[in-house]
Design a protein around this ligand. Structure first.
Ligand code: FPP
Length: 257
């Protein structure tokens, strides 16, 4: 193992196995400093590197980053081109850091929408890191929660049509099997930076019971300290999944006879 030691911080409560992040506020961060929006994306790469490395060292099992949504194709052409160039460069330059930290990288989303060269370097980085035993870094690229569900339903319907699946057998877990990456458990903690309080079409199926944390800082300023603050907040949450807290027994007089 390349990481010398996993150091999980003791924050006095549960620690998330899977963290998902909506990396928002790159444009605002740059504009507030009198720079063009794309500089915010470039600076955001530093946060991607730091948060990935720190999460891997703390023993997070999966980290999912919303890097480019299906809706982001509507942005001005120069910005989309810049983001694709940044993605290509990231996928090549980051290889030594991913290897050093045992991180496995994989893309989720409508990956066929990506330009050929971006697809090629993504595939190469996935292959290079596939056997790494540490954290799985999932980059959501040309990703949309609704498109993921629509894509899943299409493939499920094909199996019904072929007679490989009976309609009567379809339940929550059946549909999950058709999502982009069914093996990864749902995110425990979903972080959004830059203060907005919405899901923006991210992991709509998987985030049903994720704990949401909104950081006021823009993504380029979201670093180790900010991650630790989110983790401390998570450590104080009580997760009930619509039920009752397991360790809080009902008062005897209310127990059904
Ligand atoms: C949102 O900021 C961010 C994005 C649309 C892209 C996120 C991309 C990066 C962090 C860099 C590329 C990442 C990788 C992994 C190569 P925004 O532009 O919507 O900010 P705003 O809300 O202030 O306009």
């Amino acid at each position: 193992m390349a990481i010398e030691e996993i150091r999980r911080p003791d924050l006095g409560g549960p620690f998330p196995e899977h963290i998902a992040i909506i990396m928002d506020g790159n444009g605002r961060w740059a504009q507030e400093r009198g720079m063009r929006r794309v500089f915010g994306h470039r600076e955001g790469i530093g946060s991607v590197r730091e948060i990935t490395t720190e999460s891997a060292r703390m023993g997070v099992k999966s980290l999912t980053l919303y890097a480019f949504s299906v809706e982001n194709w509507k942005r001005p052409r120069v910005e989309v081109r810049y983001l694709m160039r940044l993605l290509r460069r990231y996928l090549v330059d980051e290889r030594p850091t991913l290897m050093k930290n045992d991180v496995r990288l994989r893309g989720i989303g409508r990956l066929d929408d990506l330009p050929t060269e971006a697809r090629r370097v993504l595939r190469e980085t996935e292959e290079l890191t596939a056997a790494n035993p540490g954290m799985c870094l999932r980059l959501a690229l040309s990703y949309g929660g609704r498109t993921e569900i629509a894509d899943a339903v299409k493939r499920l319907a094909e199996d019904v049509e072929r007679g490989e699946l009976a309609v009567a057998d379809i339940g929550d877990e059946t549909l999950r099997r058709y999502l982009y990456d069914p093996e990864t458990p749902d995110p425990d903690l979903l972080i959004r930076t830059a203060g907005e309080m919405r899901l923006s079409n991210f992991l709509l199926w998987q985030a049903s019971y994720s704990e949401i944390y909104v950081a006021s800082k823009c993504w380029p300023e979201f670093r180790k300290q900010e991650l630790l603050e989110a983790l401390s907040d998570y450590a104080r949450r009580v997760r009930k999944y619509g039920g009752l807290v397991a360790d809080r027994p009902s008062p005897p007089e209310r127990v059904a006879k």
